[in-house]
Design a protein around this ligand. Structure first.
Ligand SMILES: [Zn+2]
Length: 396
């Protein structure tokens, strides 16, 4: 938006605020809900402010301070002040608003929510908590917003039981019932409690908390991982494997992260051949070199160096990969019975060559921007003549 556009919109919004204030005052006898007027005004304001420069906000603050006399303009002013980091001033504006005798109940609730947000911004969490709990106890329509703020506070303060209680209450509202973000967060609060229990060596209590997490989010990955830990601790390796399989099938991208637990369970059960089959299955599902390396390591321990080297060479023909090449070269170096083949060296040369081509050759000495071509004007920091070739000594 250009300067003139911003200016015109500012004028329009200020005029709207003034007009709406008048409309509201003249229509108060008709008991028009003040919320409509207020929300119209605020929506307009938000449209204007999104992605606008700070100067626009400051202009707005100045004009509101100079001309605003309605409660709505003061509420808007307070929010703007907070947005500009002037939290002390915002608190004063909102406290003065609460002291006014001419504001409606609904308006006073909105103001208290704003004041609580000010307190949160200022780090005065105790005060915010008290204010929000008052809103909750009074059972006002603002309680849903109050619950959201309280959850934020309890999360910051690591008061997990309180956070869970507020989440449970918020989820009774049909508007939030399917809020996936809220459910995931609530499940994480249970997991936090579960991990505290594990740290205290209370594995049964940890298991209860993990199960509680599933009541919020049936596919919660962290809760499943905690269950794996608990079942492993109790020696229920089959149960742990079942949980691991559940995580793997719902999040295949996490497969390589799960390998140590998979391996430990199969080892305890004495079923390493099954583990090998499983790794083969995974490596067909997910293209991850860590799976190939894990299989090579397993084959080395089960069948010896030659079998591992043969497997790696075969995998490399399908998909060249530096880590796999290095592992193959290592096997060839440590075991004289494995004859180094020229194909591996050739693959290595190709992969390294590709990596060199991808590598940046120039670096901006002003901002650190790296590029393959020389730019006289740095595309990142827009300073002339700072791009210089990267030398070997730069790389260390
Ligand atoms: Zn630069």
């Amino acid at each position: 938006m250009d300067g003139l556009g911003i200016y015109l919109l500012l004028l329009l919004a200020i005029a709207c605020g003034w007009l709406l204030g008048r409309v509201r005052r003249s229509s108060r006898r008709k008991r028009r809900p003040s919320h409509d007027v207020f929300s119209d005004y605020f929506v307009g304001l938000n449209y204007l402010l999104n992605d606008e420069p700070d100067e626009a906000i400051d202009t707005f603050i100045n004009s509101l301070e100079a001309t605003g006399d309605t409660p709505e303009t003061h509420l808007a002013l307070g929010a703007l002040l907070r947005r500009r980091g002037k939290v002390d001033k915002a608190i004063k504006v909102h406290q003065a608003l609460l002291a006014r005798p001419d504001v409606s109940r609904e308006f006073s609730d909105s103001t208290r929510l704003q004041l609580a947000t000010d307190y949160i911004s200022a780090g005065l969490l105790d005060r915010a908590e008290r204010l929000l709990n008052d809103l909750l106890n009074e059972d006002t329509p603002a309680k849903w917003d109050a619950l959201r703020h309280l959850i934020t506070i309890y999360q910051t303060e690591k008061e997990w039981e309180n956070a869970i209680a507020c989440s449970t209450r918020l989820l009774t509202n049909s508007a939030f019932k399917r809020d996936a973000e809220l459910r995931t967060a609530a499940a994480h609060y249970c997991c936090e409690l579960a991990e505290l229990r594990i740290a205290q060596n209370q594995y049964q209590a940890a298991k209860d908390q993990a199960r509680r997490a599933f009541t919020f989010d049936r596919k919660h990955r962290r809760a499943s991982m905690i269950l794996v830990k608990v079942e492993h601790h109790f020696g229920n390796y089959a149960a742990a494997l079942k949980e691991l399989a559940r995580i793997q099938s719902s999040s295949p991208e996490f497969t390589s992260q799960l390998l140590p637990q998979f391996e430990a369970c199969y080892r305890h059960l004495g079923r390493m051949a099954d583990y090998e089959l499983l790794l083969h299955k995974f490596s067909q599902q997910v293209a991850d070199v860590k799976l190939v390396l894990a299989l090579a390591e397993l084959k080395q321990s089960l069948y010896g160096n030659a079998a591992a080297a043969e497997f790696l060479a075969e995998k490399l023909r399908e998909q060249p990969n530096l880590a796999a090449i290095v592992e193959l070269l290592r096997l060839q170096a440590v075991d004289a019975t494995i004859t180094p083949d020229s194909a591996t060296i050739e693959l290595l040369q190709q992969v390294v060559h590709k990596m060199q081509q991808r590598k940046a050759a120039f670096r901006c000495h002003h901002c650190g921007y790296e590029s393959r071509n020389l730019y006289w004007l740095c595309p990142s920091c827009k300073v002339w003549d700072k791009s210089k070739p990267i030398t070997e000594s730069d790389k260390t």
